[in-house]
Design a protein around this ligand. Structure first.
Ligand code: COA
Length: 377
């Protein structure tokens, strides 16, 4: 008998969620009912985090209380720093991130408490603590010292401050905030589902986030934003080149790649088949960065690849496509891009972990056996 196998669980609806709604027909994405582009236009990342966790946008009081909490919990714990310092500087930053979350979990005073109150506290603390992990990891790879957080800066400003040791311009802070809002949540993607599977066994929040980081590392998922930059590097970034020249080289590169049947990262999506709802907002942020840094050749590379892919296969870019070059222009090393995705997605993952626990059933699908029949040795 042939079983009806849904390879990759494609098209399978596995549970309800009230956290976000992806609608591929209308290319839209709602967080708790609000269009993501509206949130990106008007709300801080801190407000979006509270919306995802609590289901409603915060009042002014709730917002300032959380901001004070977040600012007070930003410093890199000395035990986490010691664990990071044991890792080689050439390991992948996703390995650093995964290890750091595990160490944070092992040292948490409420490690074995998975009550809703304890989980929300852990989620908020992780949200506050994680940027220091990314910032310090980029710095130590460059032979630089840790930069302490500043309580007078908001989340996005402080993230950039801890990474680069200088205050970022308003335009840069805003593009960074937009990227965090857009990366925050996206329903049952692979890493979120991994977090829900782990939670369904009644394991703790830090175990679920650590597992989710493992799932996010792969280039078919979060790793795609790094891979986009590797593509740009392979084509060659020449600051002195005009936009048109860069576009022509990128187009030729894409035509060759597709003729060799290569998968080009940053394009395509399991759910969206006519374009990713988040791309126009992220592309607008990228355009602002290209203008701010006067880097028109990046736009040429971006357009050249996109046009060639559209003409050849009609496949559209996903969020990772504009996000990769945006982070590059800001000065992040390419391998730090996926850890930045984690910083944002901690909000979505932890919301799903709490939702899963509130209405839990162990996730344990069946398989169809296609190995040898019973035999003796
Ligand atoms: N480059 C080239 N061809 C692509 C492509 C890409 N990025 N994405 C999809 N295709 C092609 C496939 O080769 C396949 O063509 P075929 O039918 O001629 O074999 C067809 O489109 C369907 O692709 P498939 O991989 O089966 O679709 P999927 O729904 O399983 O894939 C992704 C979704 C995201 C895994 C896929 O688009 C991909 O690998 N993209 C690149 C990685 C990426 O950017 N990931 C981030 C996602 S947010």
């Amino acid at each position: 008998m042939t079983e009806d196998i849904k390879k990759g669980l494609a098209g399978v609806v596995v549970d309800y969620t009230a956290i976000s709604k992806v609608n591929p027909e209308t290319n839209s994405l709602l967080y708790r009912g609000y269009p993501v582009q509206d949130l990106a236009a008007a709300k801080s990342f801190e407000e979006v985090a509270l919306l995802l966790w609590n289901g409603e946008l915060p009042s002014e009081v709730e917002c300032s209380e959380f901001c004070a909490f977040e600012r007070a919990n930003r410093a890199l714990d000395s035990r986490v720093k010691a664990a990071i310092d044991l890792l080689p500087v050439d390991c992948h930053p996703m390995d650093t991130a995964r290890t750091a979350v595990s160490v944070i979990g092992a040292n948490h005073p409420l490690a074995s408490d998975s009550s809703p109150e304890a989980e929300l506290r852990k989620a908020k603390e992780l949200f506050a603590a994680f940027p220091a992990v990314v910032a310090y990891d980029q710095r130590r790879r460059r032979g630089l010292d840790l930069v302490e957080p500043r309580e007078d800066l908001n989340y996005a400003q402080n993230f950039l401050w801890m990474t680069f040791g200088e205050e970022a311009a308003e335009e840069v802070v805003d593009a960074f905030r937009v990227s965090m809002v857009l990366y925050a949540e996206h329903s049952f993607n692979a890493s979120t589902f991994a977090a829900r599977v782990i939670t369904s066994t009644l394991a703790d929040l830090h175990s679920a986030v650590t597992g989710a980081i493992g799932a996010l590392k792969g280039p078919l998922h979060g790793g795609a934003n790094e891979a986009v930059m590797h593509t740009f590097d392979e084509i060659g970034i020449d600051k002195n080149e005009s936009r048109e020249e860069a576009a022509a080289r990128a187009k030729a590169w894409m035509e060759k790649a597709l003729s060799e049947k290569k998968k080009v990262m940053g394009f395509g999506h399991r759910v969206y088949k006519h374009g990713d709802s988040r791309v126009p907002t992220m592309k607008a942020a990228l355009d602002r960065m290209i203008e701010y840094y006067s880097r028109d050749e990046i736009l040429g590379l971006y357009d050249g690849l996109q046009v060639a892919m559209d003409e050849a296969k009609g496949i559209q870019p996903n969020l990772d496509y504009p996000a990769g070059p945006t982070y590059h222009l800001m000065g992040f090393d390419t391998e730090m891009f996926t850890p930045l995705f984690i910083a944002a997605r901690i909000t979505g993952w932890t919301s799903h972990i709490m939702e899963q626990r509130a209405s839990n059933a162990l996730i344990r699908p069946l398989s169809a056996y296609n190995g040898p029949e019973q035999r003796s040795f």
